[in-house]
Write a protein that binds this ligand. Structure first.
Ligand code: SAH
Length: 377
């Protein structure tokens, strides 16, 4: 309904055209700005317009593969809460909860521990209104009333129990390209035909303080840095250092910082050109766990791991859980459970590529954290 005399609504220009306009006016944009616009534009941002999860969507995450993932993570949070001194009250926080499946599975496990269940309230850090609505629907049967936040900054003070699964890979990265012995910022500009194209910006990165393996040796090599990830981890770790608690960060990525291009776009389970369909494909990059660990340590927290997801899930009881779930069931159900175990923990599936890192206050022994038992501190 429009009020009399109001102008007719003008159809919005597609996101690709609006990004091109932005570049025409203000010059090329950084890869981080491009990623932030594609994922977070309030009208056409990828997470704002759709539910990307599942076989009918663009990609499948661990909690969507099987309830076993959330149950194991939930049990690890319950046991981890005890290992960090069972703080009460405590805020249970999820960063980037997607459909809310993981939180719903965690809450089912938490109910089995009344001391924790009664001590906690639920907070979800999520920017997409569409996904907030999905999370509300998924979590409603638990009887919990979550509170939503745009960022870590607005979480209430106090001890935290945090889970972040595939959150950090969605945060914007900057890229730098080795050119003539310096790292030049990679930018998104307009190519000769007017389409979006990668280029080299004027900005350079001072590499004098980087370790030698991150110096710009071979022309064309790419170095990535995620200021947004570092800032999020700094905020999280500072709170844990001050108030106690535990954060579990699960994502795909590497244990050591390294040179390499990991910026990728995925649509309907297939890799696509990241510049081809802004807002219509998921954009991610590998998480640099070494950078996250440095940020957490600099903020005064202790870091445990990272270790491979397969190792973590197995040590935290995945096979026992699978056996329990499959007991007395028919061959089809048992086969589905076996397939899920393989996808979550198998070395050629998520088991090696995905890593798990825990953050606590200093002084918590690594071996006291479930799933980390076999890690030497
Ligand atoms: N954890 C879920 C979803 C992962 S997808 C799962 O495992 O299935 C990434 C999630 O992070 C989405 O919910 C997305 O909307 C959210 N997200 C992405 N960038 C964000 C940001 N800057 N702040 C808050 N949430 C963000």
């Amino acid at each position: 309904m429009t009020a009399a005399g109001s102008p007719p609504s003008v159809p919005r220009r597609p996101l690709a055209a609006r990004i091109a306009d932005l570049i025409t006016v203000g010059g090329p944009i950084t890869v981080a700005d491009y990623m932030a616009i594609c994922l977070g534009d309030p009208d056409d941002g990828y997470y704002f317009t759709r539910d990307p999860f599942g076989t009918a969507g663009d990609f499948v995450t661990a909690p969507e593969i099987s309830q076993m993932f959330g149950e194991i993570v939930g049990a690890a949070l319950v046991e981890g809460w005890q290992s960090v001194g069972a703080p009460s009250p405590v805020h249970l926080v999820e960063l980037g909860p997607g459909r809310g499946t993981l939180m719903a599975d965690i809450l089912r496990v938490v109910r089995l521990k009344p001391e924790l269940s009664e001590a906690l309230d639920v907070h979800l850090v999520e920017t997409s209104p569409a996904l907030r609505a999905a999370q509300a629907r998924t979590i409603a049967p638990s009887g919990r009333r979550p509170r939503w936040h745009d960022s870590i900054e607005s979480l209430p003070e106090g001890p935290l129990l945090v889970i972040a699964n595939e959150f950090f890979d969605a945060l914007p990265i900057r890229q730098f390209v080795a050119a003539g012995g310096v790292w030049r910022e990679r930018v998104v500009g307009l190519g000769p035909a007017g389409g979006l194209a990668f280029g080299l910006g004027a900005g350079t990165l001072d590499h004098s303080r980087l370790p030698p393996e991150l110096h710009p040796a071979r022309d064309g090599a790419i170095l990535e840095a995620s200021t947004a990830s570092t800032a999020a981890m700094t905020a999280l770790a500072a709170r844990i250092a001050a108030h106690g608690g535990l954060a579990l960060v699960i994502d795909y990525g590497h244990v050591r910082s390294a040179v390499g291009d990991t910026f990728q776009a995925v649509k309907a389970h297939q890799p696509v050109d990241p510049l081809a369909e802004p807002g219509l494909a998921d954009l991610t990059a590998h998480v640099d766990f070494a950078a996250l660990a440095r940020a957490a340590a600099a903020a005064g927290a202790a870091v445990h791991g990272p270790l491979e997801q397969g190792q973590f899930l197995t040590a935290a009881g995945l096979l026992q859980r699978a056996g329990h779930l499959g007991a007395g069931k028919g061959p089809e159900v048992q086969e589905a459970i076996r397939t899920a175990v393989e996808r979550l923990a198998g070395p050629r599936e998520m088991g090696k590529l995905f890593k798990v890192m825990a953050v606590t206050r200093p002084g918590v022994p690594t071996a006291a954290l479930p799933g980390f038992h076999r890690e030497t501190p």
